[in-house]
Design a protein. Sequence first.
Lengths: 252, 295
Amino acid sequence: MSTQADFSAALLDTRLPCPAGLCSANGADPASRFLVYRNNVQGSLINALADSYPVVQQLVGEEFFRGMAGIFIQQQPPHSPLMSRYGDGLADFIDAFEPTAEVPYLADVARLERLRTRAYHAADAATVSAQQISAALADPQTLAELNITLHPSLHLLDSAYAVVSIWATHQGEATLAGIDIHQGQHALVLRNGLEVEVFALDHGASVFIRHLLNHRALLDAAQDSPPFDLPQTLALLIGHNAITDLNTKVSP
Amino acid sequence: MFSTNEPVPPRTRAALCGLPPRAGLGLKTGHFVEVLGTQPDIGFFEVHAENYMVDGGPFHHFLGLIREQYPLSLHGVGLSIGAEGPLDIQHLQRLQTLIERYQPQAFSEHLAWSSHGPVFLNDLLPLAYDTSTLNRVCEHIDQVQNNLKRPMLLENPATYLGFERSTIDEPAFITEVIRRSGCGLLLDVNNVYVSCINHQRDPLAYLDALPLHAVGEIHLAGFAEDADRLGDRLLIDDHGAPIDDAVWALYRQALERVGPVATLIERDNQVPAFNVLLAEAQQAEALLLHAGSRP
């Protein structure tokens, strides 16, 4: 093994001994010096996850979170120097992590927090004005073939739990009192200007928006969704600057 | 073209770094709005390149506005120049994209490694100083400078241990890297102090052994104080405290030797209010003015 292979392995796996070939000027045990690096690596990666998943940490407590994050790091260390992307796999990890089984909504809260981070850093896109959209919707010929493009920050999450309510209550005073956690919710995440926003949609509206994300034409998407309030859903998208292009070209 | 075989003629400071010889601050996301609102009299701002390798959103929005008003230093923490494996070409391309977008007056990276194989360790890890490491580091710096089409500054590290296989001392290693590659030196005065205490060296002798003619920028920061198992001081470069008096004293010695040069106050942990950082920058700026007024 190379020097850096040994060093790297022992930084991540706290059960491994200090690598050979190290020394210190005062003759102190090099293992104690190596611990500084191990603590830096473990601490910085755990802190990065804690920064990305603040509500997950609130739900399980800091001590439990840091322990869980330490295990995650050993299984899935970063594969990129872009730390804003680190922890993509945390939600799936939580799904399979037995000690969190009594917090069944934890993985979906992690998914929602990941979507918020992605929305925050997503590409910028100019939005279409409300007047242009109204004009397109008012013209029956245009409307029949209208495609709308949604902002790159826009994401959906379907959860069997009240994931939006659980997340929202942890933005201030944390209490789950009054929330039926088993009431499934459909989350919409988007960045409006510089702010990331989170909404709970009804099922039909979320199916409709998913069709739009899959490039289905507006009317086709609306007709192929469970009952929902189309004007209200469009007003939500328009009002939060989520529509970035209108296109009436017929596919060849 | 840069070449490992033939030393590159030393560059002037202006060619290595276009930052003004003033004090600058690390740009913290929590200070974006205050900086734009108050327009503090600061020589430049520095950002970690990797934080801005995102598609869009507030980071680019604010950095773009702040860049219109201030010179910028782009400081990489993820290139892993000392890695045993090849450089990450994708990462180099991302750096190039950022440099084209923001036209920073300086680009710097570390004499360290942070990736092994596919794994990124998110820390600046120490190198064994021998001929093979020297050749590899010089090749990597050549590659960086050729790709980015500009010279880079290389930062001296803060370290906590040594390697039995090291055959070259750190200042001599850095001197040879700079002679061969033609890159500049980002003189981190805190790292000099931290490393010298940790390895029982004289900080001033270490400073004098560095290639000070190549200094393009200086970093100042605070450290955390610990002790090893023998009870000797063990300093941790945590960027989480005000600059220590001993580091200020060493900075004065450095300025006497190199004259006024762009100086960054680094703070990455326990970030205080903007005014506290501004006061530290003003303290550095007073020393820079004094250094500039000397005959």
